[in-house]
Design a protein around this ligand. Structure first.
Ligand code: ZN
Length: 142
């Protein structure tokens, strides 16, 4: 998270681009509710999976939904600290077109290409963690 400190250059995107933060906040919160509902549905499906194949499909869907949820949470965090719309890698403003298409985008398009072509590690913090939903039970013999 230390690279957030240098997210805003001195000339800054502030005042230069008109990003409607309220709109993005609403959009992100709507998508967040959708993903939470989806995870709830999937956890019921996982509990009642008829066979291993269905269980694996459900697990894969849950993993994908958790990843998106972490990206949404990270974007809401950037909104809260005032660095929304700033590329997390190069510090330049992310284009409004890109943000409207993908409100949780944390990278500008050039950096996204670099990341995908070089297979760099994830730049988001997985605030949920792979084992945190649902909370893991204590060992059975405790
Ligand atoms: Zn960038």
């Amino acid at each position: 998270m230390s690279h957030l400190d240098q997210a805003a250059p001195s000339s800054g995107p502030r005042g230069r681009h008109a990003v409607d933060l309220q709109w993005f906040r609403g959009e992100l919160e709507q998508q967040r509710r959708f993903r939470l509902d989806q995870l709830t549905d999937l956890s019921y499906q996982a509990a009642g999976a008829a066979d291993d194949v269905q269980g694996e499909v459900t697990a894969a869907l849950m993993s994908g939904a958790r990843t998106v949820l972490a990206e949404i949470d990270a974007a809401l965090f950037r909104l809260a600290i005032g660095s929304f719309g700033v590329c997390q890698r190069c510090g330049r403003a992310i284009s409004v077109d890109r943000l409207q298409a993908i409100p949780m985008a944390g990278l500008c398009l050039p950096c996204q290409y670099v990341k995908e072509s070089h297979q760099l590690g994830p730049d988001i913090v997985d605030v949920w963690g792979i084992d945190s939903f649902p909370a893991s039970d204590p060992p059975a013999n405790w």
